[in-house]
Design a protein around this ligand. Structure first.
Ligand code: FES
Length: 573
């Protein structure tokens, strides 16, 4: 642990001097160039707080980030520091092709390197959209300088024909109705303009909201920061406070690796279960833990889900939205409710043990119904279940809370799609004669195969949707949006592209899911599988650039899909 009692002398702008072979010259030149930006000696003698800015016109979820930058800067200046904003890659989930996932590691690597390479005594990491927060937390763990996460906050809800709605559980629900012929072109156009009424992140408990809650639960965000709506005064005051607190962390450092302990991950997994959070968070938490040298397994995820019931009434597991959770007290109130199940010794950026912090938090109030109690939860334990079996020897995941109960034990014949593109091209073909009892299999959509897109919740074939079928068993090595729902087995590892069992499935093979037994099995004789394996030919890797480097080095989903040369080996369990 850092010596928290002894103030450190900040190094400020002289940190990590540029290598000219003459330290005096390096300092002098640095000051000369900063003078051109209007900084004088009085400015440059101050501690430096870097502010990682992920705003971009491609990332509408970060539309309000410029004013958050100004708010953080104000906090730093008020506390006597020098704020320096630096841009990093911005990852807007909806505008990245083929998927944002490979770029999480690129942003993590870039952010880590920029924290190291540029002079800063602390850093405030501004994120929001799905992959930005996990990337920044991974970077924080690896760079290990005082760091505080701030998010843009969730959008406010919209409405359509009197119904309250928001991105993106309602996006998927209405699109499914449109595919089924229950909505016309006029209606879907109106909905399109109502789903995302403000800047900010998706206002359901999708991946962005889940990761914001997890950042706060881990202790890398000041209390109350996960749920304040984008553009609100709460959001801006939180940003100012983060700037001030960054300065205090310079004087009395608490480093990310002090915070990212096993206790912190225990608490984060409890929050993940209580909010009915995104399956994507499992991969992200695993990756962050590996960066921090904490061994986090799929069994840890499963155990937490068995221990903690669903407490938060937000879509897709519930009916409400993040603004409701914020009004109900946000993550601090949720943590207060969960206190008997948490490790209260954990210390985050606030510098005080969680148990002490929670003494000042009111319990969930009777006037609200968004944050439920352990005595009267919204849903049972076991919202997330991790599976193993002959189809996923290294693990797979299903969100039981989003599945159809009658499909939780199901055996059916496989209909195999060789890629997300293949699925998009053929899934509606009547010639496939798909019935509701079939199992839709998508492969080559794992980390190596396709960068692991959110393609796992394959659409129900149009002719079945039009006949009223709303769910089928689907199995893949892909991910699924945190806003999606259905009986969907995800993250099968090892993936098909590296020769995992999914690569060996043929149309008509029997697949058995037994969630109670935590099994997903391919019911094909081992001798036949061995014969098929002998003929396995891996798909070609991307030809060049980041996508090739990523495919050559990405780890499997059960290991967090980090790059093999970035994640330190965790200590033995
Ligand atoms: Fe950015 Fe949902 S698309 S948070």
């Amino acid at each position: 642990m850092s010596d928290r009692t002894k103030p450190q002398r900040p190094v400020g702008i002289d940190r990590g001097l540029t290598a000219y072979g003459d330290l005096g010259f390096s300092k002098y030149l640095r000051r000369a160039f900063l003078a051109s930006a209007g900084f004088d000696r009085a400015d440059l003698d101050r501690p430096v707080v870097g502010i990682a800015d992920t705003s971009s016109e491609y990332t509408t979820c970060h539309r309000h980030m410029p004013e958050i930058v100004q708010a953080v800067k104000r906090g730093v200046l008020e506390a006597g520091g020098l704020p320096l904003v630096f841009p990093t890659t911005s990852l807007g989930e909806i505008l990245l092709s083929p998927t944002s996932m490979p770029y999480r590691n690129l942003l993590a690597m870039e952010t880590e390197e920029m924290i190291r390479a540029q002079p800063m005594d602390a850093v405030v990491l501004l994120g929001g959209c799905d992959k930005t927060v996990p990337a920044q937390l991974m970077a924080a763990a690896s760079a290990n300088v005082p760091a505080i996460a701030v998010v843009t906050g969730p959008m406010l809800t919209g409405s359509w024909r009197g119904e309250r709605l928001g991105a993106c559980t309602d996006c998927r629900r209405y699109w499914a109705l449109y595919r089924a012929g229950e909505l016309d072109d006029v209606a879907i156009s109106e909905i399109e303009e109502s789903l995302c009424p403000t800047g900010g992140t998706c206002m359901v408990m999708g991946t962005a909201s889940t990761m914001a809650c997890i950042a706060e639960a881990l202790g890398l965000m000041l209390p109350g920061g996960a749920t304040a709506p984008s553009g609100s005064g709460d959001r801006l005051r939180h940003a100012v406070a983060a700037g001030r607190r960054a300065m205090e962390l310079i004087a009395r450092p608490i480093l990310p690796l002090d915070i990212l302990t096993r206790a912190a991950f225990h608490n984060a997994l409890s929050v993940l279960a209580a909010v009915g959070g995104s399956t994507n968070a499992i991969i992200h938490l695993t990756a962050i833990a590996r960066r921090a040298g904490v061994l986090l397994t799929l069994d840890d995820v499963h155990d937490a889900a068995q221990r903690v019931p669903l407490l938060v009434d937000c879509k897709p597991a519930g009916a409400g939205y993040l603004e409701d959770m914020h009004r109900a007290g946000g993550v601090p109130t949720l943590l207060k409710t969960l206190a008997p199940l948490l490790d209260l010794s954990a210390i985050g950026v606030s510098g005080r043990p969680l148990g002490e912090l929670l003494q000042q938090v009111s319990p969930a109030q009777a006037w609200q119904s968004t944050i439920r109690t352990l005595e009267a939860p919204l849903g049972p334990t076991g919202a997330l279940v991790t599976l193993r079996g002959s189809l996923a020897p290294d693990g797979a995941v299903i969100k039981r809370a989003a599945a159809t109960p009658s499909l939780l034990r199901h055996t059916g014949s496989a209909v195999v799609f060789d890629s997300p593109e293949d699925a998009a091209a053929r899934i509606d073909e009547p010639a496939l004669k798909i019935t509701p009892a079939h199992v839709l299999v998508l492969r080559n959509a794992g980390p190596v195969g396709a960068g692991m897109p959110e393609a796992g919740s394959l659409p129900i074939p149009r002719y079945l949707a039009q006949a009223g079928v709303r769910d089928m068993l689907r199995v893949s090595d892909a991910r699924m949006s945190g806003t999606a729902y259905g009986t969907v087995v995800l993250h099968c590892a090892p993936e098909a592209a590296v020769g995992g069992p999914l690569a060996l499935v043929r149309d008509g093979d029997r697949i058995e899911l037994d969630v109670a037994a935590r099994r997903i099995d391919l019911l094909v004789e081992p001798s036949e599988l061995a014969r098929r394996r002998a003929g396995f030919i891996p798909p070609p890797l991307p030809e060049r650039g980041w996508r090739r480097l990523y495919a050559q080095h990405v780890l499997q989903a059960d290991l967090g899909a980090d790059l093999d040369f970035l994640a330190p080996l965790p200590p033995a369990a």
